[in-house]
Design a protein around this ligand. Structure first.
Ligand SMILES: Cc1cc2nc3c(=O)[nH]c(=O)nc-3n(C[C@H](O)[C@H](O)[C@H](O)COP(=O)(O)OP(=O)(O)OC[C@H]3O[C@@H](n4cnc5c(N)ncnc54)[C@H](O)[C@@H]3O)c2cc1C
Length: 409
């Protein structure tokens, strides 16, 4: 009997993971990966600054799923089949230990993405996965028995199953031929970006970071907690990136012009701050306010904040007008910035939007409309915050599809 044929469209993390697992699970299955460029796994290579942030440490599916601004419920169901522990075990069993950093990001112990690439490609070789590079798909047609896959060079292939994992659809020609299969495409929006503050004096403090802040966007429901880093163009750091991800669509609609409000010290209330300042006045009345920062703030930021509220460089604690004290506390609890524009976060960026998860079954990654057609990775309307979440979704969706396909061979 002729072997069944799986065609994977896209040689990225999700496509290659699906291909090697499907081939390993079903030795009788013929697996071909079509990749439009001349390189496989190119994003894996550059990811995490060349170290590949493979996944994120968490033992809790709900906690992990909450880090996906789009697709939270979808990934939660899929994670019940293939979770972080499975990713770690999968690479570990193939000689690639994955280790965790203090902030939860997980990397190969070698600290280089080439280890991940070598591992995936040697698995592919072991299980006879075929790769066709410079093979761009321009369409698929549902035939009476399976599919016809059309390439831009005019050639055609036939398949029994198709796994489409051609990445984010922003500016991609793939959206047209995928839409032609009857699937809804949720419009794209960039996610994971930093906020520009053109001309704002705070950019003088570039390199300064504050570890625990609370950030919200004026007039919107979005809020995030986490570190803020001041850069030479504006605001960055995990707290800002998380906010950009959750508010990606609304900020796109706002043309990236909005106001962000930072609480520089959410762990202290206004009353506690006033009490702390009163102590300074009593104990260090003769000391200059600018000389030593309070609340553990970096000195440069402390002096900047004092400047904003008009505390002069020679002002002593005992002479600090109570109006300036109040203004300082108000600024610390709600420092407002006018954002105008965004900058792509070079370490990791993703595209929100893609194939609607309403038309895909998360327990198999199979289309609810076309039998034998599967979707995975960033192509789906699923995206996570920075820290390894996007790769985990790529591995999970690839593996879930592979297992379902292997059950049908
Ligand atoms: C610079 C950078 C760093 C990142 N770092 C991290 C990180 O450390 N951790 C993390 O979790 N996430 C990271 N991400 C996000 C992560 O890389 C993606 O979410 C992930 O690669 C998605 O995998 P994918 O297989 O779905 O798509 P992709 O990796 O984008 O692969 C899709 C593939 O399909 C091919 N293709 C497209 N159209 C066609 C077609 N018509 N025919 C044939 N082939 C086609 C493309 O050429 C590409 O090779 C990073 C992203 C970037 C840009």
């Amino acid at each position: 009997m002729k072997p069944k044929h799986l065609i994977v469209i896209g040689g990225g993390a999700s496509g290659v993971f699906c291909a090697v697992n499907a081939a390993a699970m079903s030795p009788g299955l013929q697996v071909t990966v079509l990749e439009k460029t001349h390189r496989l796994l190119s994003k894996v290579e550059v990811s995490g600054g060349g170290r590949c942030n493979v996944t994120h440490h968490s033992n809790d599916i709900d906690e992990m799923s909450a880090c996906y601004p789009r697709g939270r419920h979808f990934v939660r169901k899929a994670f019940h089949q293939f979770f972080i522990t499975d990713t770690i075990a999968w690479f570990g069993e193939r000689g690639v230990p994955i280790i965790s950093e203090a902030d939860g990001r997980m990397f190969p112990s070698t600290n280089t993405s080439s280890t991940i690439i070598r591992c995936l490609l040697s698995e592919a070789e072991r299980h006879a996965v075929r790769f066709r590079l410079r093979s761009e798909v321009s369409g698929i047609q549902v035939a009476s028995t399976g599919f016809r896959v059309l390439l831009t060079d005019g050639s055609e292939l036939v398949a029994d199953f198709i796994f489409i994992a051609c990445g984010g659809l922003q500016k991609s020609a793939a959206s047209e031929w995928i839409a032609a299969t009857g699937h809804e495409i949720v419009p794209s929006a960039p996610s994971l970006f930093t906020f520009n503050l053109p001309g704002h004096p705070i950019v003088r403090l570039m390199g300064v970071s504050v570890p625990e802040t609370s950030i919200r966007i004026e007039g919107m429901k979005f809020r995030s907690e986490g570190p803020v880093l001041i850069t030479h163009w504006g605001l960055s750091g995990p707290g800002i990136l998380k906010l950009s991800a959750f508010a990606a669509r609304e900020l796109q609609t706002a043309g990236y012009k909005f106001r962000v409000i930072i609480d520089w010290l959410p762990s202290l209330s206004r009353e506690e701050m006033h009490a702390h300042i009163r102590l300074q006045r009593a104990d260090r009345g003769g000391q200059v306010v600018h000389a030593r920062s309070l609340f553990g703030f970096p000195t440069r930021l402390w002096q900047f904040l004092l400047e904003v509220v008009g505390v002069t460089p020679d002002c002593r604690w005992a002479d600090l007008p109570s109006s300036r004290q109040s203004a300082l506390v108000e600024l610390l609890k709600g420092h407002m910035f006018e954002v105008s524009g965004k900058t792509t976060f070079k370490e990791e960026f993703v595209t929100a939007g893609g194939v609607s998860t309403r038309q895909v079954d998360p327990s198999s990654m199979q289309s609810r409309l076309v039998d034998g057609l599967y979707f995975g990775g960033e192509l789906l309307d699923v995206d996570g915050i920075t820290g390894g979440y996007n790769f985990q979704h790529a591995w999970t969706s690839g593996w879930v599809a592979a297992r379902h396909i292997s059950g049908r061979v």
